[in-house]
Design a protein around this ligand. Structure first.
Ligand code: CP3
Length: 333
C-alpha cells in the first residue's frame, strides 16, 4: 500500500504525504512546451502518450507522493456527446445540452469516446516512477458537472438564474450522471487508479434546502460505489456550508478543505483524514512566507492524519522553485 492510501486509511506514516491539485499544468515550462503544439485541450487529454508524459512531469521534478491523471472533469459531458471546448483565458465552453441525444448514449459509446484516458491511467500506474506512489483518478461531482452542462461555462461566483426551476431536467441529468460517473470510476480503477477524488467546485453555490438532493445524495452514491471497489475516496466540496455535516452524511475516506476553512476548527469537528487547505496564492510569495504558512497547517495537524495539498489548484503564475521549496518543507517536517 502506498503512502497516501495508508494515510487515508489511518495507518500512520512518518511524514505527511504531499501532492498538489493541478500539479501538472501551466506553471511548468515542460507542460507549456507540449501545450504550445497542442492547442486543443480535449485532444491533448485524449492523447494517451502525451497525457501520460504530462502526468509524470511533476513526479519527476518534485517527487510528489501521488500522480493525478492529466484529464478534466468535463471529459464526462464530452464522453456523453456534448460539445466541450476550452478557450484561452476564458475556460470551458460547452455546446447546447441535448437531453434526447444524451439519453441514447450507452456505456460502449461513452467508453469509446474517452478510452485514451483509461489507457493513460494504465501507463501511469504501471510506470516505474510510480512504484511506491498512488495514482489518483477523479471525477467531478454530479452537481458541478450538471452546472457546466446546463450553464455551458463556469458560473463564476453565482448560481445561474433559472437553473433551479428546471427540476425535471435536473433529475434526469443526475440519473444519467450517476450511471456514467460510476462507469468512469470503474474504468479508472480497473486501469490502476488507487484513490478517487471527487471535485465539487460549485458545492458552495447551493442553498441549504437543495443540498440533500443535489449534493449529499448523488455524491454519497458515488462514494459508496467507489468504496465497494475497495478504493478510498477523497471529497472536495469546495466552499460547502458545513464540511462537518458533509462528512457525516456522505462518509468519504478523506476530505479536502478549501483555504477559507479554519484548520484548527475543522480538526475539532472532523475525525477522518484531512487534505489540503493552503491558499495557492501563498506560493506566489517568498520562501520565508511559504514556510511559515505550510508549518501552520503541519503543526495544527500534527496529531491528525493529514495529506499536504492546497485549498485549490496551483496557479499558472507559480514559480516551480516555490513548489520545490514547499515539498522540502513538508518532507523535512
Ligand atoms: O489536478 C490536476 O492536475 C489533474 C487534472 C485536472 C484538470 N482539471 C486539468 C486542467 C483536474 C483534476 C481538473 C479538475 C477540474 N476541471 C475542475 C475541478 C477543480 C477546480 O478547478 O475547481 C473544474 C471545475 C474543471 C473545469 C476546468 N478545466 C476549468 C474551469 C478550466 C479552465 C480554468 C483553468 O484553470 O485553466 C479547465 C482547464 C484545465 N483543466 C487546465 C488543466 C491543466 C488548464 C488547461 C490549459 O489551458 O493548459
Amino acid at each position: 500500500m502506498d503512502k497516501l492510501s495508508k494515510q487515508i486509511l489511518n495507518k500512520r506514516i512518518e511524514n505527511n504525504p504531499i501532492w498538489l491539485m493541478r500539479q501538472a499544468g501551466r506553471y511548468l515550462p515542460e507542460f507549456r512546451e507540449i501545450r504550445k503544439n497542442n492547442p486543443n485541450f480535449i485532444k491533448l487529454c485524449l492523447n494517451e502518450e502525451l497525457s501520460t508524459e504530462i502526468t509524470l512531469q511533476p513526479i519527476k521534478r518534485f517527487n510528489f507522493d501521488a500522480a493525478i491523471i492529466f484529464s478534466d472533469i468535463l471529459m464526462v459531458p464530452y464522453g456523453l456527446g456534448q460539445v466541450v471546448e476550452f478557450k484561452k483565458n476564458f475556460g470551458p465552453i460547452l455546446g447546447d445540452l441535448n437531453l434526447e441525444n444524451i439519453l441514447k448514449k450507452n456505456e460502449e459509446d461513452f467508453i469509446k469516446n474517452i478510452n485514451p484516458v483509461y489507457k493513460a491511467i494504465n501507463k501511469v500506474s504501471t510506470h516505474q516512477s510510480l512504484k511506491d506512489k498512488d495514482t489518483i483518478g477523479f471525477v467531478g461531482a454530479p452537481w458541478t458537472i450538471l452546472m457546466y452542462m446546463f450553464n455551458k461555462q463556469s458560473p463564476k461566483k453565482k448560481l445561474p438564474v433559472d437553473l433551479l426551476n428546471k427540476t425535471d431536467e435536473i433529475k434526469k441529468v443526475l440519473e444519467i450522471l450517476d450511471k456514467f460517473l460510476k462507469i468512469h470510476i470503474e474504468n479508472q480503477v480497473k486501469n490502476g487508479a488507487t484513490i478517487i477524488q471527487i471535485f465539487d467546485s460549485w458545492a458552495g453555490l447551493l442553498e441549504e434546502k437543495y443540498i440533500n438532493d443535489y449534493i449529499y445524495n448523488p455524491t454519497y452514491s458515488l462514494v459508496k460505489y467507489t468504496q465497494s471497489l475497495n478504493v478510498p475516496v477523497i471529497c472536495f466540496p469546495r466552499n460547502i456550508k458545513s464540511y462537518k455535516e458533509f462528512v457525516n452524511v456522505v462518509k468519504p475516506d478523506a476530505i479536502n478543505i478549501d483555504y477559507e476553512v479554519d484548520p484548527k476548527k475543522i480538526k475539532e469537528q472532523i475525525d477522518i483524514p484531512i487534505q489540503g487547505g493552503l491558499d495557492p496564492k501563498i506560493l506566489l510569495t517568498d520562501n520565508q512566507n511559504i514556510k511559515k504558512n505550510a508549518l501552520l497547517y503541519l503543526d495544527i495537524f500534527r496529531e491528525h492524519p493529514y495529506i499536504f495539498n492546497l485549498g485549490h489548484g496551483v496557479l499558472p503564475e507559480t514559480d516551480p522553485s516555490s513548489v520545490e521549496y514547499l515539498v522540502k518543507v513538508v518532507k523535512d517536517f
